[in-house]
Design a protein around this ligand. Structure first.
Ligand code: TYM
Length: 331
């Protein structure tokens, strides 16, 4: 069975983008893969996080993943900072990756913004830690949204350079799994911007904890254009907001975007948005309820995460110890 690894930052409430682009696919992969899923708090602090909020959000993220259907028995579910192998391997990868490679990372440029000098050094080497997360488990498949594609290419470059420099066949190649019509869900306010849990505008996203009324209201207010829905997907190319809503509908209904248009061609956004809101509420209401249920018993949640960390350590420690031997650490 191939090993899957993926992670999510506890830097806010997870969004519909996280769900459709990643988490939903993680849940499906559990059926035929050996899965390791991680709440990446070490990644989160590359941007400032209030300590108390980070602790709460880490628990909330774990609760949400369980509510979405991550099964803590079949899969290993844990918090990154509880497993030191990630930090140890990340340091070695800091010494393998080249500055030139990191300079090309578009996400660093986006996140650091204009004031690059003020960004943390952690934000800059973030992709090295991400490569370490995956390679510490010898994972070969990584389900992510489209925005992580470049980071996974870098993780492969790092694995390859390590193998080459140390003359070993140690790190396997990673295959990105970027799946479905919602691999890049866009903001509800601007169809050219990614939907993000850290966007200052709450109206730009649907949170997995939003009430039915809030979801319906956000979808009703979502930016669109004055034209009716077209008959073909080609006609969506220059209409980013329309394309986004059609993609979300397709992902939630389990059909392709062309079939959505077969049903809605010629109709205005009013009817379409009502139906989309219905589908979204149907998918998210049970998740919100189940998240609340998990959060009601923090002791149970913490016990479960501690057990997950122990299983993760048992997988990653021997691999990272071997890496340390390869580079010449220890006696
Ligand atoms: P993060 O926390 O930003 O997002 C978690 C997952 O959700 C996907 N995603 C989206 N998919 C579709 N549309 C969107 N608008 C959208 N926004 C987010 C992301 O692609 C991701 O799959 N660097 C990662 C976390 C990470 C990781 C890893 C992932 C750390 N180590 C190792 C895979 C393997 C991140 O910031 O994800």
């Amino acid at each position: 069975m191939q090993r899957v690894f993926s992670g999510i930052q506890p830097s806010g409430v997870p969004t519909l983008g996280n769900y459709l682009g990643a988490i939903r696919n993680w849940v499906a992969l559990q059926n035929d893969h050996d899965c390791v899923f991680c709440v990446v708090d070490m990644h989160a602090i590359t941007s400032w996080q209030e300590p108390a909020a980070l602790r709460t959000q880490t628990r909330e993220m774990a609760a949400t993943l369980l509510a979405c259907g991550i099964d803590p028995v079949r899969s290993v579910l844990f918090v990154q900072s509880a497993v030191s192998a990630h930090a140890r391997l990340a340091w070695i990868f800091n010494c393998v990756a080249r500055l030139g490679w990191l300079n090309r990372m578009t996400q660093f440029k986006d996140k650091a913004g204009k004031d690059r000098e003020a960004a943390s050094a952690g934000l800059y080497v973030y992709p090295n830690l991400m490569a370490a997360d995956i390679h510490a488990y010898h994972a070969t498949r990584v389900p992510v949204g489209d925005d992580q594609r470049q980071h996974l290419e870098l993780a492969n470059d790092i694995g390859e350079k390590f193998n080459h420099d140390y003359q070993v066949e140690f790190f396997p190649r990673i295959e990105p799994l970027i799946l479905g019509p919602a691999a890049r869900v866009m903001s509800l306010r601007d169809g050219t911007k990614k939907m993000s849990k850290s966007d200052p505008s709450d109206q730009s996203r649907i949170n997995l904890t939003d009430s039915a009324d809030t979801i319906a209201q956000k979808i009703r207010r979502a930016k669109t254009d004055p034209l009716p829905l077209p008959a073909t997907t080609e006609e969506l190319a220059a209409r980013p907001e329309a394309r986004n809503l059609v993609g979300i509908y397709a992902a939630l209904a389990g059909i392709d975007p062309a079939s959505v248009l077969t049903e809605f061609a010629g109709s205005g956004f009013g009817t379409f948005k009502d139906r989309l809101a219905g589908l979204t509420i149907e998918a998210l209401a049970p998740i919100a309820a189940d998240t609340t249920h998990w959060l009601a018993d923090p002791t149970q949640l913490d016990t479960l995460l501690r057990a997950g960390a122990e299983r993760a350590r048992a997988l990653a420690d021997p691999i990272v110890r071997e890496v340390e031997q390869i580079v010449g650490f220890g006696g």
